[in-house]
Design a protein around this ligand. Structure first.
Ligand SMILES: Nc1ncnc2c1ncn2[C@@H]1O[C@H](COP(=O)(O)OP(=O)(O)O)[C@@H](O)[C@H]1O
Ligand SMILES: [Mg+2]
Length: 319
């Protein structure tokens, strides 16, 4: 089993130290995903000549990673909105083998399954709109009162996200979903509407740090803030309260790299809307510096902090 050195002086190690320790200990840092999205490509291309992280498919990761290596799970929701990319099982198998997981299976599921997200945020006492789960054929589903939003349990890109200002129209809306394959396979969520103000704030957390943020501004006539629906990304310095809330949300679901979407609550605070476990980043996320470099370094640090040093095993109590 390969181990490497935890910084003893309380200061975060820099890139050169992390790389030296990985090389010395023979540790591989692998990003596990089916597709080399632009974010996955950028994360695995930094720094240019000797990237810290490499890209492996779940199958390739199973064939190559050994105990002591590190895997960052980057599986996304399916375009069909009825679940997660195949491969959560592979992340579990890697973990059982002694590979250290960042964004492991449980963290990814906690982000992608919005029903699970709601329950975990509730358990952590964090602000999140009241959310109920509705399954096909349910005769008298319990739904939050007032205006609501109906959405796929495993959703993305704003697809299938419907606003319903009139509570008496909810039963008809749910009845109309009975033919949707995603609803039949995994159900829908009915969630209290947070009165839309035309924008939201996405804060990216890596390790235990908020490393970047963006404001998403809905286009005219659209209440949803998804870029896929025409929202504009505006470079933003997230306020401290939003950064702290995002870090707490990431912790509540056990995620190491996550985009936390915050909606303004109308009274100066924020409510957590969702956590994006396979968040896609652009350069605009960091006002200064390189958000991909920050993420790659912060994630490597998150690992070094948990791992006892091979050379100092004797000094680590019952390691
Ligand atoms: N409960 C809600 N209150 C207000 N706006 C919401 C609510 N749920 C969703 N929205 C809007 O719809 C968008 C898409 O919903 P979201 O739950 O993030 O699903 P997706 O995973 O498809 O992005 C959000 O970015 C937000 O603008
Ligand atoms: Mg969203």
């Amino acid at each position: 089993v390969a181990f490497w050195v935890t910084p003893g002086n309380g200061r975060a190690p820099g890139l050169a130290k992390i790389r030296r320790e990985c090389v010395n200990a023979g540790v591989r840092l692998a990003l596990v995903a089916h597709r080399l999205t632009s974010t996955n490509a950028a994360l695995t291309a930094w720094p240019a000549r000797e990237p810290l992280w490499s890209w492996l498919t779940p199958e390739a990761a199973l064939a190559t990673l050994v105990a002591g290596d590190v895997a960052l799970g980057r599986l996304d929701v399916l375009p069909t909105l009825d679940g997660v990319d195949d491969g959560l099982w592979a992340l579990g198998e890697l973990e059982a083998r002694g590979v250290q997981l960042l964004n492991g299976a449980s963290a990814l599921l906690a982000c992608h399954d919005k029903h699970l997200t709601a329950r975990l945020l509730e358990h952590a006492g964090l602000p999140h709109p009241k959310t109920s789960m509705v399954t096909p054929g349910e005769l008298a589903p319990h739904v939050p009162s007032g205006a609501v939003v109906v959405k796929p349990r495993f959703g993305s890109w704003g697809q299938g996200v419907v606003r319903c200002d009139d509570p008496s129209a909810v039963p008809d809306l749910l009845a109309a979903l009975e033919d949707a394959p995603w609803f039949r396979s995994s159900g829908a969520l009915v969630q209290q509407l947070v009165p839309p103000l035309g924008y939201d704030l996405r804060v990216v957390v890596a390790g235990e740090r908020a490393i970047g943020a963006i404001t998403r501004v809905s286009p005219p006539g659209e209440w949803r803030t998804n870029v896929a629906l025409g929202a504009r990304r505006v470079a933003t310095e997230a306020p401290l309260d939003a950064r702290e809330l995002a870090v707490r949300a990431a912790k509540a679901v056990g995620a190491d790299l996550v985009g936390v979407d915050l909606l303004p609550d109308g009274s100066g605070g924020w409510t957590i809307l969702e956590l994006n476990g396979a968040v896609e980043l652009t350069r605009a996320y960091a006002r200064s510096g390189d958000v991909f470099a920050l993420a790659a370094t912060e994630l490597a640090r998150a690992v070094t902090q948990d791992v006892p040093a091979r050379g100092s095993l004797a000094a680590v109590p019952s390691a």
